[in-house]
Design a protein around this ligand. Structure first.
Ligand code: ATP
Ligand code: MG
Length: 407
């Protein structure tokens, strides 16, 4: 069928087990987020392009190569969101919510990036994420990271991931560090990739994040930020580490984590795994104290993370298939009406129930067995409740039926 319509490259359908895994991740994260005091928000999946171009940084991969940007029929430049933080901050400002801090936000939904599709990398992918807006203390950072860690635990994949943390310092630390990096990389420009030559001028820190093999070799010996931290920034980082330990969250320090986006300061972190080949980062985030102000709002510090649901879905064990609906089966056409009444009664009593749409009683019972239903209700001159696991059955009244199946 040559002319059969196909999904757009880099997109995928969520059906069957893919859907079960996906929603298990979302529901688990939503439950844990609530436990940590986060409330769920939903912002539009498209925004004024400037929401992203002004915040993600002109030199970021996302802005230069990956955004889905188009002009709509009214001539406005629109972008499908590539990440969640900018939209949440935009909503915080437009909603006047900067007056009621802290705001603890959880979100889940699709993101869009024009990338080369491969395992664990799609053009429409999905993220869960949290943002904690308001507090500027490392307690907030530790809490946000701890919530992420708890989610990975509840998903049963904590043993497959490792938390890597780093600090990017404050503005002064970064300026100091930037000078040191410029001095180092300027002495090796010949070995730098074309992209990184540009980064050297615009944002040398970015080179540390490069995926180019030549760049990576140079980065091996690049100076580290620790020697360039101000006293205050060093104290913040110490506070983060001690609070993480108090929360019982294991971590390793990794000076190479700089985050791909421009607005981060102080804390940067990633949960990484070896179980997914090249696509090793499952959850990534950091502190972004300048972002809300940069977007035209007041000075509101923030910390958050985003995690790819597709990558989490690949790591988890298949979630258990839930109990299937009770099968309500008329023994002959004469009992169809009574069967529908019982079907209705069960559903109104909060008991999941189905009835075959066609076929005789034998066929329907076969289908019920196959579906994995625990019980069938056989509706004839008597009503019988049949346990499909052991084959036993008993005569019941409608009232008894509801009681038995509610138990
Ligand atoms: P990568 O280095 O893998 O490109 P990134 O730095 O672009 O990641 P972030 O912008 O930090 O990723 O996004 C957070 C998380 O979202 C990632 O750790 C990953 O799990 C997921 N993610 C990012 N891009 C994609 C994609 N194209 N397809 C699927 N998941 C993605
Ligand atoms: Mg990327």
């Amino acid at each position: 069928m040559a002319n059969q319509l196909q999904p757009v490259r880099g997109t995928r359908d969520l059906t069957g087990e893919d859907a079960t895994r996906h929603f298990h991740v979302v529901e688990t994260a939503r439950r844990v987020a609530r436990l940590y005091g986060f409330s769920e928000w939903q912002t539009p999946i498209f925004e004024d392009t400037r929401v992203f171009s002004r915040t993600l940084g002109e030199t970021s991969d996302v802005v230069t190569k990956e955004m889905y940007t188009f002009e709509d029929r009214g001539g406005d430049s629109i972008t499908l969101r590539p990440e969640g933080t900018a939209g949440v901050c935009r909503a915080l400002i437009t909603g006047g919510l900067t007056q009621t801090l802290p705001q603890k936000v959880f979100y889940a939904g699709p993101m869009f990036r024009y990338e080369r599709p491969q395992k664990g990398r799609y053009r429409q992918f999905h993220q869960i994420g949290v943002e904690l807006l308001g507090p500027a203390s490392p307690l907030a950072d530790a809490e946000v990271i701890s919530a992420g860690w708890r989610i990975l635990n509840e998903l049963g994949i904590a043993q497959d991931v490792e938390l890597h943390i780093n600090t990017l310092g404050d503005a002064q630390s970064r300026a100091n560090y930037r000078d040191a990096l410029v001095a180092y990389f300027s002495a090796h420009t010949a070995q730098l990739s074309e992209d990184s030559k540009l980064r050297l001028e615009k944002n040398p820190l970015r080179i540390l994040d490069s995926k180019d093999e030549g760049d990576k070799a140079l980065v091996e010996n690049a100076p580290l930020i620790y020697a360039h931290l101000t006293e205050e920034a060093a104290a913040f980082y110490e506070g983060l580490k001690s609070t993480l330990s108090a929360f019982g969250v294991p971590f390793v320090e990794d000076p190479r984590i700089v985050r791909g986006l421009d607005y981060y300061n102080h804390t940067a972190f990633e949960f990484v795994t070896n179980a997914l080949g090249a696509q090793g980062t499952v959850m990534a985030g950091g502190r972004y104290d300048g972002l809300v102000e940069q977007m035209g709002g007041p000075n509101v510090p923030g910390i958050g993370w985003g995690a790819g649901i597709e990558r989490l879905s690949m790591l988890i064990a298949a979630p258990p298939v839930g109990v299937q609906p009770v099968a309500v089966i008329p023994m002959s056409a004469a009992f169809e009406g009574q069967a529908l009444e019982l079907l209705n009664l069960l559903r109104n009593s909060n008991i999941a129930a189905e009835t075959g749409y066609s076929g005789n009683a034998k066929k329907r019972l076969e289908r019920a067995n196959k579906s994995g239903a625990g019980f069938a209700v056989l509706v004839g001159a008597e009503i019988k409740l049949k346990n499909l696991a052991d084959g036993s059955q008993e005569d019941v009244t409608a009232d008894m039926l509801v009681k038995r199946l509610s138990a």
